[in-house]
Design a protein around this ligand. Structure first.
Ligand SMILES: [Zn+2]
Length: 311
């Protein structure tokens, strides 16, 4: 008997797998994946060590090759590819993969709005670090507040991805006072990809100092730094990275408010993250079910081996 719901309905596709890949050693290819193997290995052990090293390396750079991430996310139900043109000729593409419930038109419009705004900073330098936005299906606890968390950036950094959890889809007022928690959360997570240099300057500028003894936050994380200067939210006061990200959210979505309430922070962000470029939203393409295009790399992976001692 044919199961019609399965035949007609959503048929999930498969992610690319390690078994699909062929590994070819090529010392002359400048784009070859470089892996480092201990010089003490025998030739017998070498082959196995190379495959293991390639798996670790690729799973760390391509989220769809990481079993951990694949198990956590599942297969996407929806994909929106947002294309924008920055300046005259530069084009960027951001893929929103939704692993949870369907996103509303409002959610989709808000994502486009933030991507377009962030793309105007430093000729798109920041938005080029965000290739994927994941909308997760399972909530997670925030390690600072101990409550449900809205989003994540740091853990997904290597994959050029940010993630929004179901709890982050709310449209109620954000802790910073911005009108939509969802919109502010996406902007906040983009604020986490600005890099260590900016964060170090931010800490210096706004009085963040190391505490003598770490304090344990309600969510369990040890708090290492504190400031006596006012922040845009209570959450921002937990940690300099959260202070920067929440301030970035207000800077991107309601700069006049930041300018009025925290003029020093506005000036800092205006100087470091100038909103300069002309950006045009070229298109948003929606796909679902079997039409979803999962990312992949070329099935032939070229690599070269270095045999340096790991200190
Ligand atoms: Zn954060």
């Amino acid at each position: 008997m044919i199961n019609t719901s399965e035949a007609k309905g959503y048929r999930p596709k498969e992610y690319q797998n390690f078994d699909d890949l062929r590994f070819v050693c090529d010392d002359d290819d400048p784009n070859a994946v470089v892996i480092n193997i201990r010089p003490s290995l025998s030739d017998d052990e070498l082959e196995r060590a190379i495959i293991t090293a390639l798996k670790v390396k690729l799973a760390g750079e391509c989220w769809w090759l990481s079993d951990k991430i694949k198990n956590e996310l599942g297969l996407p139900k929806e994909q929106t590819t947002i294309t924008a043109r920055i300046g005259e000729a530069d084009t960027i593409e951001v893929d929103v993969y939704n692993f949870g419930e369907s996103l509303s038109d409002q959610h989709k419009a808000q994502i486009v709005n933030i991507i377009m705004t962030a793309a105007r900073i430093n000729n798109g330098e920041i938005i080029k670090k965000v290739k994927y936005i994941f909308i997760g299906k399972t909530d997670k606890q925030n390690e600072l507040t101990g409550e449900l968390t809205s989003g994540e950036a740091t853990l997904r950094n290597n994959y050029q991805a940010i993630q929004i959890y179901p709890h982050g889809l709310r449209q109620d007022k954000h802790r910073t006072g911005l009108p939509s928690s969802f919109e502010a959360t996406v902007a906040h997570e983009i604020g986490h990809v600005f890099g260590d240099k900016l964060l170090a300057d931010w800490e210096n500028e706004f009085g963040w100092k190391k505490v003598e003894q770490a304090v344990i936050a309600p969510g369990g994380r040890a708090i290492q730094k504190t400031t006596s200067q006012p922040c845009v939210s209570d959450y921002a006061a937990f940690d300099p990275a959260e202070d920067l990200s929440d301030s970035v959210a207000v800077y991107l979505l309601d700069p006049e408010v930041l300018k009025r309430i925290h003029p020093g922070k506005f000036k800092f962000l205006e100087a470091h993250l100038p909103i300069l470029s002309e950006v045009v939203h070229v298109k948003s393409e929606n796909k679902s079910g079997v039409d979803i295009k999962l990312p992949s790399i070329d099935n032939t992976v070229k690599y070269k081996v270095t045999r340096k001692k790991i200190m």
